[in-house]
Design a protein around this ligand. Structure first.
Ligand code: VG1
Ligand code: CO
Length: 541
């Protein structure tokens, strides 16, 4: 086997963000760009020699080609084995599961998640560690440092490996094992949930619609929901993964899944609706005539968790990212368990899950998960809801009405301003940050501010500190406002404004109306319109 050493130079901007390195596909396809980053990963993890890795991606443009590069570079680095999903496909939670189940040293996930794909879309690479979770900052910073100094990379010369057939081959000394991407994941789900109860639900005429958004969950959802659990054929739509996600934006929110949302609010709506994103780690949950915000979904799952066999013994604790609504905290209070508040991004949940401090965790951005893997998991959330609905025997509307009656409702919304001029976005944040100390006691738009600060996180397990994780404004009436810049975009900056207000009645009101005073306060505090030049957010969730 011929190993080539290729001279290269550091490429700027290879700093992993909230979830791996994401760039426009055209940038990733530039000479050496991918190879440099993969070599930097090998350096960052202390070399790949003798290690076993898992590899797969969400099927977007460049997925297969990039997989071949990773395999050649793993072989050049002396990896013992690479376990690859058939056709280089693996959802993010399925990859996390395989890393754990097969006791691999880590894994590479090729995905830009909810970002659009295709030659004009985005591509991404993420490294996960042996616990199955996204590499923590201690590892991503080593990878980034390596990108700044590397001068060469090693790659073997070979024909493309056949990834279409399940089985084992060898590339040099490295074993390449091609596995069915769905089997192990489907087995795990059957262990966690009451499949008999869900089968009975469907047998009784319960109807659902799952929108796979032309992305990676199609094969998983079809196999589990239709073939195993008996949901009617056609319950899963947009089920065949395509390299550009059918030209769509594989982000399960009310904007990008509008046809599904419209159906769920129509006369012929099924009982339950859901969607997942590009790489299968996000979920959107709907009932007939109701959209359940991710923050509420997390809280309701926590409140009903013991209905699922794997969680019947109760939850050790729960965790949510800081911008996620505090609906979860109210449930944790009642259950008498701890509720941890972490920075945005799944990597911060890893230590809590590993240490057994949290069983369930979630983010407002449609990410929900548990200690069954170390990633958020879209289909898992869907199955959890089906399990709960099967056991409770009520509609989604009724279930949420009862939940709010018990805990109050944390009305919640996020406003995103996408592709904003980066300098303007940074200036907005810098100015507001500089004024945080003076805000307590003032009343923008008539809402009195109790306190304001910038969120920093001290990890209770390893003691590491992560700073500058969002600007928070707490109001005297319990409302809250958070400002953050996205770490997953590839063009300009995305400003995220998160709003929350607690209500103890009037649960059926429109969140945008309930939140109007908080929205007005956000504008007054940060002059969003003037600074971004936008009249309105691009996305409202
Ligand atoms: C966004 C979400 C965050 C999520 C991350 C990765 O990050 O806000 O909650 O963990 O995407 O999700 P940011 O930095 O853009 O706000 V995924 O499904 O794109 O891997
Ligand atoms: Co995702």
């Amino acid at each position: 086997m011929q190993i080539n050493t290729v001279s290269t130079q550091p490429i700027d901007g290879q700093k992993p963000g909230t979830s791996g390195l994401r760039k426009q596909t055209s940038v990733f396809m530039q000479p050496h760009f991918l190879e440099n980053f993969i070599q930097a990963i090998w350096t960052g993890i202390g070399g790949v020699a003798g290690k076993t890795l898992v590899l797969g991606g969400d099927g977007r443009h460049f997925n297969e080609q990039a997989s071949q590069v990773v395999l050649r570079m793993a072989a050049a680095g002396g990896a013992a084995k690479v376990i690859v999903g058939q056709n280089a496909l693996l959802s993010t939670p399925a990859a996390s599961n395989l890393i754990r189940k097969r006791k691999a040293d880590g894994g590479i996930i090729l995905s830009a998640s909810h970002n659009p794909g295709g030659p004009n879309g985005d591509f991404g690479v993420k490294y996960n560690t042996a616990n199955g979770g996204p590499a923590p900052e201690s590892v991503t910073s080593k990878i980034y440092e390596a990108t700044k100094t590397l001068t060469e990379y090693q790659i073997v010369e070979s024909q493309d490996i056949d990834l279409s057939t399940v089985g084992e081959t060898k590339l040099g000394e490295t074993v390449i094992e091609v596995v069915d991407p769905v089997t192990d994941y489907a087995e795990l789900m059957a262990d966690l949930f009451d499949f008999d109860a869900i089968k009975a639900l469907f047998a009784g005429g319960f109807r659902m619609r799952f929108d796979a958004m032309h992305a990676v969950t199609g094969p998983y959802a079809t196999a589990i929901l239709e073939d195993t659990l008996g949901a009617a054929k056609g319950s899963v739509i947009n089920a065949v993964p395509s390299t550009d996600f059918g030209g769509g934006h594989p982000d399960p929110n009310p904007i990008w899944t509008k046809p599904l949302v419209d159906e769920m609010f129509s006369e012929t709506a099924p009982d339950f609706g859901a969607a997942s994103d590009g790489d299968g780690d996000r979920n959107m949950i709907l009932g007939r005539g109701i959209y359940v915000t991710p923050s509420d979904s997390l809280a309701a799952i926590a409140a009903n968790a013991t209905l699922a066999p794997a969680y019947a013994g109760g939850l050790a604790g729960v965790a949510r990212s800081m911008p996620t609504s505090r609906a979860l905290d109210r449930v944790a209070d009642k259950l008498g368990i701890a509720c941890f508040e972490t920075p945005t991004g799944w990597k911060f949940f890893g230590n809590l899950l590993d240490a057994g401090k949290a069983t369930l965790c979630g983010e407002e951005s449609a990410g929900t998960g548990s200690d069954h893997v170390r990633e958020k998991d879209g289909l898992w959330a869907v199955l959890f809801w089906l399990n709960i609905l099967a056991k409770r025997g009520v509609s989604m509307q009724q279930l949420m009405a009862e939940h709010w009656a018990e805990y109050g409702r944390n009305f919640y919304s996020r406003h995103d301003y996408e592709g904003v001029d980066a300098e303007a976005a940074n200036a907005l944040m810098d100015d507001l940050r500089a004024r945080l100390g003076t805000l307590a006691g003032t009343s923008p738009s008539g809402l009195e501010i109790e306190s304001a600060d910038e969120f920093a996180y001290d990890d209770p397990v390893d003691g590491s500190r992560t700073e500058a994780q969002g600007l928070r404004v707490h109001f005297a009436d319990g409302a809250r406002l958070v400002f953050r810049l996205s770490g997953t975009g590839t063009v300009g900056a995305t400003l995220r404004v998160y709003m929350e207000a607690l209500a103890t009645d009037g649960f059926d009101r429109d969140p945008q109306e309930v939140l109007a005073p908080v929205i007005a306060a956000a504008e007054e505090l940060a002059q969003i319109k003037a600074r971004t030049g936008r009249d309105a957010p691009d996305v409202i969730t």
